[in-house]
Design a protein. Structure first.
Ligand SMILES: C[S@@+](CC[C@H](N)C(=O)[O-])C[C@H]1O[C@@H](n2cnc3c(N)ncnc32)[C@H](O)[C@@H]1O
Length: 190
């Protein structure tokens, strides 16, 4: 083989094997379940009251934004909390807010796609997402949550699953608000 044809053979071998040797990994960006719109503080308080949160609860907020729901649950009731958001800026804010509120030992914030969250140790799950996102989460939540766990959603229902309680009220700025509560009962709802 001439030097030139050997070089061509080597190059060809490199081109043919390159995709196998270093496969391109395309990171899957999580699908957004809702834009960032924080729940006003008085509505947060009402959500936690509807859920009847106590110090024995573990409160998960899926799409936690600046962490206000789990931070309030820790500050007011001594509950433990986990906030999950796919936006690293929100997670940084939430950690700073927890520190400022002095509840960093009670709460954890995780940068993650909420669709991949493990909520099996939650006793309360809070949501302020979109109606279609609640429906996507419904089978995951009803499969993972233990009977008696509560789900509280600001503004949106979970498809045709009838809520156990509905609270309609005017918030401090005169806007009408609705929050819904469901109790997990061991039935998986697709
Ligand atoms: C309407 S805000 C609610 C924030 C907070 N729960 C509250 O009530 O104040 C929705 C949040 O969900 C987050 N989010 C959207 N899609 C998500 C996903 N796939 N996984 C995790 N977080 C997500 C957004 O970054 C945003 O912070």
């Amino acid at each position: 083989m001439t030097t030139q044809s050997a070089a061509v053979t080597t190059l060809l071998a490199l081109v043919l094997t390159a995709p196998l040797a270093s496969p391109t990994v395309v990171a899957q960006r999580p699908t957004s379940l809702a834009p960032y719109v924080p729940t006003p503080q008085d509505v947060v308080d009402r959500m936690l009251e509807l859920a009847g949160v106590t110090k024995d609860d573990v409160v998960y907020d899926l799409g936690c934004g600046d962490g206000r729901i789990v931070i309030t649950a820790a500050r007011r009731f001594g509950a433990r909390g986990v906030g999950i958001d796919f936006d690293p800026e929100r997670i940084a804010e939430a950690n700073a807010n927890a520190k400022r509120a002095g509840v960093q030992d009670l709460v954890t914030f995780i940068e993650q796609d909420a669709m991949l969250a493990d909520v099996s140790d939650a006793t309360v799950v809070t949501l302020y997402l979109l109606p279609s996102s609640n429906v996507k989460l419904r089978p995951i939540l009803t499969r993972q949550l233990r009977p008696g766990a509560r789900i509280v959603s600001h503004a949106f229902r979970m498809g045709d699953w009838e809520p156990d309680e509905t609270d309609r009220f005017e918030d401090e700025r005169g806007n009408s608000r609705t929050i819904y509560l469901w109790r997990a009962d061991g039935t998986v709802r697709p």
